[in-house]
Design a binder for this molecule. Structure first.
Ligand code: 2P0
Length: 323
């Protein structure tokens, strides 16, 4: 028996990935850029065991059923095709995400699983190549291979649609999450992005402007220009959410409290804080701010939203092998 265990953090996109040009290979319509978060992560152990008849998947101490296990097997098969090592695997995974945050993430899950399998199968791909494998588990996982600011370059084919680190973000940066609703959403991001691609008349301008947003945000990162970074983040996130209102049928992930939190962040700015919001495919709000301001911002948001968990995260690092 051989085993390896790895850890990966989740990430929040500042320039969003929203739509696939090749759903089978997970090739995106546009390049994206994220910040890796320290507070939310997954640890996964893979044991290759010739005595097993088939793959087993245990998540947060619960044995998973056929549907979930098949997803994992399909992903492990990508590594098996590459290495020729077909031994069944026992996969044990733990999500370290405050349940209240509603941030359980396929990004950290597939990045951790990919990193463990990369090791135990002897494939030992470099991180950029590994990111092309984890991409096929979940698009956003591509970026969780690295820490700090990470670009997922959309590329043109399976081999060149990969992640690179842009900057380790070791300046004064944090992300504060306001959990608005942590229940299961009715439209998954996978379904939501496809519906948007297929039906929203706003989609073409999303793709066009995401490209210029990416150029501009990389310039802001090079200059450590926090205001530019925040303004582009806020604009790009809201544009993504705008495309959904144009879909048929229209949909939105926003809830009434979401709108109130966005207003509260704008108010924080009027009080002199550099704080900017973004949202993923859900109603929770993430606030990009300075780490040195994050406790004050957390306090103010808790005061305004006493029923909603407010969680600070520092910048996270890339995948780590634990054993
Ligand atoms: C992102 N999201 O860039 C965007 C912004 C949600 C909104 O990536 O189908 O779970 O597995 O590739 O990665 C969420 O979508 O979708 C996501 P699949 P995924 O973070």
């Amino acid at each position: 028996m051989k085993s390896a265990k790895a850890k990966a953090h989740t990430n929040i996109a500042l320039i969003k990935y929203w739509g696939k040009k090749d759903p089978k290979l997970f090739l995106p319509m546009n390049s994206s850029l994220s910040l890796t978060l320290d507070a939310f992560y997954t640890e996964t152990e893979v044991i290759l065991d010739g005595n097993l008849e088939m793959d087993q998947f245990i998540l947060n101490d619960e044995i998973q059923g056929e549907a979930e296990t098949t997803k994992i097997s399909n992903f492990l098969n990508l590594f098996r095709q590459e290495t020729g090592i077909l031994t069944p695997a026992k996969v044990t995974s733990q999500n370290f995400v405050p349940t209240a945050a509603g941030l359980a993430s396929s990004a950290s899950a597939f990045a951790a699983l990919g990193a463990a399998m990369n090791e135990v199968s002897g494939m030992k791909a470099d991180p950029t190549t590994l990111s092309t494998f984890v991409r096929r588990g979940s698009g956003s996982a591509t970026r969780s291979v690295f820490g700090g600011f990470v670009e997922w370059q959309m590329g043109t084919c399976n081999e060149d649609s990969h992640a690179i680190q842009i900057d380790d973000a070791s300046w004064d940066i944090a992300m504060v999450t306001v959990a608005v609703n942590t229940g299961k959403k009715t439209i998954s991001s996978r379904q939501g992005m496809q519906l948007t691609v297929d039906t929203s008349p706003f989609y073409a301008s999303w793709v066009e402007t995401a490209a210029t947003d990416l150029v501009d945000i990389k310039q802001a990162i090079r200059n450590q220009d926090f205001q530019q970074l925040g303004e582009i983040t806020e604009s790009n996130g809201m544009k993504m959410h705008g495309t959904m209102l144009g879909a048929r049928p229209p949909f939105t992930y926003m809830e009434p409290t979401t709108i109130d939190v966005l207003a509260a962040v704008r108010q924080l700015r009027q009080q002199g804080f550099e704080a900017y919001y973004t949202m993923d495919a859900g109603p929770n709000v993430k606030v990009l701010c300075h780490l040195s301001d994050s406790e004050k911002i957390q306090m103010k948001l808790k005061e305004a939203f006493p029923n909603n968990p407010v969680i600070i995260s520092k910048v996270g690092g890339g995948i780590e092998l634990l054993s």
